[in-house]
Design a protein around this ligand. Sequence first.
Ligand code: PDD
Length: 279
Amino acid sequence: MFIYFNGKIVSSEECVVSPLDHGFLYGHGLFETMRSYKGRVFRLVDHMKRMETSAGYLGWPVLPDREVFAEAVNSVLVTNNLPDASVRLTVSRGIGAARPDAASCGQPTIAVYASPLPKPLPAAGWSLTTVSLRRNLSSPLVKIKSANYLDNMLARAEAKKRGAHEAIMLNTDGLVAEGSMSNIFIVSNGRLITPDGESGILLGITRNAVILLAQAAGITVEERKVNPEELAEADEIFLTSSIMEVIPVTVLDGRPVGHAPVPGETTLMLAQSYRKLAE
Ligand code: PDD
């Protein structure tokens, strides 16, 4: 396994992160998980832009140029001979003093890593469970893809404990937010509905592509507040993420969704159009 690490392609054993790295000390880092198709990352520029916006929220000095990341991603895919892969870019604030003073940090620590794709989705889709952890509407952290992923991991652990594939988190207003590692959509009376950018979500790259695909197919899309009752009564539910693409959901909180175990028609249509677009 070869990894891009601070400007060089090295074997994984050669990568050493300092214990004084603020990513390690304070979770002060950002990441992007991307998907490559035939050696090309889908919407790489959008991932770069999201990382730049996230860096802005955290008050970081500028990130390396997008070309540096693009070249790193390409080298990793080629040297590992993995044209279809999950590609992870991690950037931490860098090595600094052992106190939470970001100004003491030097250059960011950068790693790009490619791994084989997870196994395909079960034909009957995923089961979802509403977990107790809430997305905090007063924290900017819910909007950025920070390396401090503990809320997401707690939510995921709660879902796993209940035997579900993914957690669904409400926000601190009690409205639907997102999955622990995915965005959520519902289909209701032929309309496609998804929590808006102020619902305590990460604005997913896949989410955006799916909205555009649905609109192009003549489907009315509503980005707005979604209450849990609407979710419970939805005709179809699906999740989106770069790695898993469009994921049909056929069980919500132990109850079947729509025509479960068969995924909904709109979901399947969008899953197909997404794959066509991305490949
Ligand atoms: N997860 N919401 C959260 C909290 C996420 O972590 C992710 C991405 C998404 C979907 O974003 P996108 O469509 O840009 O992948 C939404 C990535 C795949 C991960 O788990 O690493």
